[in-house]
Design a protein around this ligand. Structure first.
Ligand SMILES: NC(=O)c1ccc[n+]([C@@H]2O[C@H](COP(=O)([O-])OP(=O)(O)OC[C@H]3O[C@@H](n4cnc5c(N)ncnc54)[C@H](OP(=O)(O)O)[C@@H]3O)[C@@H](O)[C@H]2O)c1
Length: 373
């Protein structure tokens, strides 16, 4: 392992500390490596509004930052946000070189951080460990690049892809370890969304339970119900639950049927209908982005997940699979809808990661669309 590899290993360890807390900001780690190879400063970004990783690491390094190399997973910012620009702080500290994995797509930085450093005579290098850095900051990078939230489809299924039995039983298909991991995943996302069918079948609360999330954003529990089949008394709409409950519907906001939801403190998003009472998903995601949601966990059911997939509005899939075979024509599947007619139309998963969880396994991958670069 080279000194640079070791420094990056530490950068990722540090950045990881912000996994559940930095949203809407990215997860960033920073180390300051003195010319002899010694790490003299470390930092990570903890919460939006708090100091950036670079500033924390420079403070620890003090005068030893002069002539040092600073290693980061993301380009230093060039803009004054809640805190002053990091590119300026690096120049002021007199560092000789800055190495980072990916450019920051935020148009206020997007290469301008690097340019600031270069024009001040600081050497820069972009690119090492870029895939790992992309994976770490998927929600931030995808949402900034696309202008919509990062969409993560998640399901718990039998080995044959059924998310319930033909009689509607779905608790619990997977074991304790998988369910605990699913709860951890909830903590990584700004919002969780389910379709009306899931609310009617399971009455889920969609709450976070582990206390891991410390971000400045409230947790949003979202139900998509085009024609308003669900009742306002559902657990997901409980005013006692922490965070906010939102209802996305194609019913007009002046319709008396939405009043009981409003009375429970639910935010009703009346959105354009794409077809036969279906909420237009691009319009929904645009609205969620406007309301500050960077990452959305879609927890089913199969109709809803298919809607996002069919519209190419999904970025990652995580399936928890149990060593169980359910079968059943009438049993709900992880994905339903009309399905793809031909294999070459179907997306594949890239960067597949597999993990054993109890007696089952978790599989996750990035969606790779046919024909996309
Ligand atoms: N094991 C698991 O991980 C898991 C997770 C969740 C659910 N489940 C199971 O899955 C089953 C429910 O799945 P499901 O596929 O029947 O239902 P679903 O996906 O939860 O809900 C489908 C319904 O939601 C509404 N909806 C979805 N997308 C919409 C859009 N773009 N615009 C407007 N409305 C939209 C529609 O209601 P309208 O038809 O009224 O327009 C649609 O019929 C249950 O058996 C549940 O137990 C299992």
């Amino acid at each position: 392992m080279t000194d640079l590899d070791a420094a990056f290993e530490r950068v990722f360890e540090l950045a990881e500390r912000g996994r559940y807390s930095t949203s809407p900001n990215p997860r960033v780690g920073a180390v300051v490596v003195a010319s002899g190879g010694e790490i003299v400063g470390e930092g990570w970004h903890d919460r939006a509004g708090g100091p950036h990783a670079e500033v924390v690491a420079l403070a620890e390094a003090g005068s030893r930052a002069r002539g040092a190399t600073v290693v980061l997973n993301l380009e230093p910012c060039a803009h004054e946000g809640r805190t002053p620009p990091c590119a300026g702080a690096l120049v002021a500290a007199g560092v000789a070189r800055v190495v980072f994995s990916t450019l920051d797509p935020d148009p206020r930085t997007a290469g301008k951080g690097r340019e600031w450093l270069r024009s001040a005579g600081v050497a820069t290098r972009t690119g090492p460990f870029s895939e790992r850095a992309e994976r770490l900051n998927e929600p931030f990078l995808v949402s900034v690049r696309t202008g919509r939230p990062f969409v993560h489809l998640k399901w718990a299924a039998s080995l044959d892809g059924k998310i319930g039995t033909a009689t509607g039983e779905s608790r619990w298909i997977t074991g304790e370890e998988a369910r605990a991991d699913g709860m951890r995943l909830r903590e990584e996302c700004d919002a969780i969304l389910v379709g009306a069918g899931t609310v009617l079948a399971d009455d889920p609360a969609l709450t976070r339970r582990t206390g891991l999330n410390r971000s400045i954003l409230p947790h949003r529990r979202i139900v998509v119900d085009g024609r308003l089949r669900v009742g306002a008394q559902g657990r997901v709409f409980s005013p006692e639950a922490p965070g906010e409950a939102w209802l996305a519907t194609a019913i007009d906001e002046s319709d008396p049927r939405v009043a009981p939801f409003r009375e429970r403190g639910v935010r009703v998003l009346s959105l354009p209908a794409a077809e036969a009472g279906r909420v237009d998903l691009p319009a929904l995601l645009a609205e969620l982005a406007r309301l500050g949601v960077r990452s959305l966990l879609v927890e089913g059911g199969g109709e809803t997940a298919w809607g996002f997939l069919a519209a190419r509005l999904a970025d990652r899939v995580t399936g928890y699979h149990a060593p169980l075979l359910l079968g059943g024509r009438a049993a709900p599947s992880a994905l339903s809808g009309v399905g793809y007619a031909i294999l070459t139309e179907a997306p594949r998963l890239a960067g597949l990661e597999l993990a054993s969880l109890g007696d089952g396994f978790r599989v996750t991958g990035r969606l790779a669309w046919p024909g996309a670069a």
